[in-house]
Ligand binder design. Structure first.
Ligand code: ADP
Ligand code: MG
Length: 357
């Protein structure tokens, strides 16, 4: 065990230890003793040629689809792998520095310990690079934990005991399905079908049916506003929700508004929902027999923004014949799980997949 100098231990009480959810869609930052202090889109805007970074987070996302050709807005982790390492590192450094430097009225504030939740598809080499980027940004210790594990911890599910825990984290770029027992991921899969694909499905549906091109932010708004999972016949009820959207008419090239119903959005989303449910069902079939009865009893927990599509819990439950729960505040499970690991060194030591000192 590492000896911690009592002075360091004392100073540690003042350091801004940080938990970071490096999500494909959103980056959240938790500071020990303060809670969640940052929630921003995982986006970076930069000059295409010089690669100079112009904006990070919400201000970068706002430029999507509006920026001139010389500027690119990227989502560095979009597919659950680090597509652009420099942008990922810049984003990480920006948030670590922001927290570390803010409110440090003390002359020498100790450097923070950092726990980062990353998609499980990120390779060993990339993990190492993320840890190094955190250290370069001023962290005194960088620990990485896998997103489904962090989500389960944040949802207060048992992860260390022998009982099986089934967690599904439906994010923006990826859905992570995992079975956890004895502090490890027994079975897991990460698929590139989640919230972004739902937005794409809405865009395609509207393009084919109405020859109208919607922007991604509009499609996402419609999804959050009136999207649902379920069988089409359920949605024909009276008093159905609708949304008026504006896009570009592909035939005449001019802006046009149309009214979309909840039933249409449900129809557009159904192949995506089916794919997610199919992957959950396949994972269930692979569960080791010793864990099956625990999971049948305790069910499936959903986390991540995609789990907030209305009715998705019911659809999963109907097709798997299992109880399904949506975690409390699903968008913050991963970062709260990172926060819990910051407070509990023993837990962190078991959970981390890479450590840089
Ligand atoms: P990640 O962990 O990959 O960054 P998040 O867990 O933050 O992803 O979830 C982001 C996704 O959740 C986005 O696709 C977003 O559109 C979607 N989302 C957020 N809120 C809702 C909602 N109320 N209903 C449906 N989808 C939602
Ligand atoms: Mg996530």
């Amino acid at each position: 065990m590492k000896f911690i100098n009592p002075i360091d231990r004392f100073l540690g009480l003042f350091s801004h230890d940080i938990g970071i959810d490096l999500g494909t869609a959103n980056t959240l930052v938790y500071v020990r003793g303060k809670g969640i202090v940052i929630r921003e889109p995982s986006a970076v805007a930069r000059h295409k040629k010089s690669k100079e970074i112009l904006a990070i987070g919400a201000s970068a996302k706002k430029m999507t689809g509006r920026a001139p050709a010389t500027i690119e807005v990227i989502r560095p982790l979009r597919n659950g792998v680090i597509a652009d390492f420099d942008a990922t590192a810049a984003m990480l450094a920006y948030y670590i520095k922001k927290v570390h430097e803010s409110g440090s009225s003390m002359p020498k504030i100790p450097r923070p310990r950092v726990v980062i939740g990353i998609p499980s598809g990120v390779t060993e080499v990339e993990r190492r690079a993320v840890a190094d980027a955190a250290l370069d940004a001023g962290a005194r210790e960088a620990n990485l934990i896998e997103e489904p594990m962090a989500a389960a911890i944040g949802a207060h599910l048992p992860v260390e005991g022998p009982e099986g825990t089934f967690i599904v984290d439906i994010g923006g770029g990826t859905s992570e399905i995992a079975v956890i027992s004895l502090g490890g991921i027994v079975l897991g899969r990460s698929i590139r079908i989640a919230g972004d694909e739902m937005d794409e499905a809405i865009i395609n549906y509207v393009r084919l049916k109405y020859s109208l091109l919607l922007g991604q932010p509009t499609a996402e708004e419609v999804k959050i506003g009136i999207g649902s999972a379920g069988s089409p016949k359920e949605s024909s009820a009276k008093g159905e929700k609708f949304a008026v959207v504006r896009g570009r008419d592909l035939e005449v090239g001019l802006p046009k508004s149309i009214k979309l119903t909840g039933g249409e959005i449900q129809e557009a989303l159904s192949p995506i929902i089916r794919e997610i449910v199919g992957n959950i069902a396949d994972t269930l079939e692979e569960i080791p027999p010793e864990l099956t009865s625990d999971i049948m009893e305790r069910g499936i927990t959903l986390a991540g923004g995609g789990s907030m599509i209305s009715g998705i819990d019911r659809v999963i439950s109907e097709s798997t014949k299992m109880p399904v729960w949506i975690a409390e505040d699903p968008l913050t499970c991963v970062v709260r799980g990172c926060g819990i690991c910051l407070e509990d060194n023993g837990l962190l030591k078991k959970m981390r997949v890479t450590k840089g000192l």
